[in-house]
Design a protein around this ligand. Structure first.
Ligand SMILES: [Zn+2]
Length: 263
């Protein structure tokens, strides 16, 4: 502790240690004098304040950096999770589309129009044959029906009305993808009566008088699918074939007919 002399009474006055002190009071005469090292004290005070501000700034910057780092870590974590999950979904979608693509392409490009009912179903060819048969006195018992088929088509034929006995003839015609259709006829016991040749427009006929309903099937070629048309007519029995069983001639009239139409 340093001492200074009082200006008034020359008593010794201890200089206060505190930096904030700017004046001191003589304890003998009560005179107030300023501290001797006021300029140094003020400089020290300024320096201390500057240091305080500097330290506060440092602390704020450090806290800011800490917050920033925490936020960044959280963001990284979130992004990593999102990336991982999006990668997983991406993989699932890729696999699914790889599996589905050929199916979609085949349906869209090759099969969809047929499924929607567009394109040749053979109905034009069948109409011409039916018109010819009508001239011969045949009448329709199962109207022509066009459909998209991927498997055997089965159809019931109502029994002939009294006085309408004759030969039942089943006609079928396929679109471009059906080149090996077969028509098969079955009796009431599901016993096969007759079967046509394999062709793009087969016909099968039976002249045996039947009681009850008959049934016919249009059998597709291997792996064939597409549109086809089928119908059944009942024709008066030709006088020459009286008493004879089903003549094996059904495919004969259709062959020249088809050629005539196409070329
Ligand atoms: Zn004094």
């Amino acid at each position: 502790m340093s001492l200074v002399r009082c200006n008034e009474c020359h008593a010794s006055i201890p200089v206060p240690d505190s930096l904030q002190a700017r004046t001191m009071k003589c304890s003998y005469c009560g005179a107030v004098v300023s501290v001797p090292d006021l300029a140094e004290r003020e400089a020290a005070m300024l320096e201390r304040r500057r240091l305080e501000v500097y330290e506060r700034d440092l602390a704020i910057a450090a806290a800011h950096r800490r917050d920033e780092a925490a936020r960044e870590a959280a963001r990284d974590h979130r992004e990593h999770k999102e990336r991982r999950s999006s990668t997983r979904w991406g993989r699932v979608f890729t696999l699914t589309s790889m599996l589905l693509a050929p199916v979609i392409v085949s349906i869209t490009v090759f099969d969809l129009p047929a499924r929607l009912g567009f394109g040749d179903a053979g109905q034009d060819r069948l109409k011409i044959v039916a018109a010819q048969l009508a001239e011969r006195g045949c009448h329709v018992v199962v109207p022509a029906a066009s459909l998209y088929a991927t498997g055997t088509v089965s159809q019931l034929v109502p029994p002939a009305a009294a006085g309408q006995a004759g030969c039942l003839r089943v006609l079928a015609a396929g679109g471009p993808s059906h080149t090996a259709l077969t028509v098969r006829l079955f009796d009431l016991d599901s016993k096969a009566i007759t079967k046509s040749e394999s062709s793009s427009d087969p016909q099968a006929e039976t002249c045996v008088s039947q009681e009850g309903s008959l049934r016919y099937e249009v059998v597709l070629g291997v792996a064939a699918k597409g549109r086809l048309t089928h119908m059944a007519v009942r024709c008066p029995q030709a006088p020459a074939a009286e008493g004879a069983s089903a003549p094996p001639a059904p495919s004969a009239p259709s062959a020249p007919e088809r050629r005539g139409k196409k070329r």
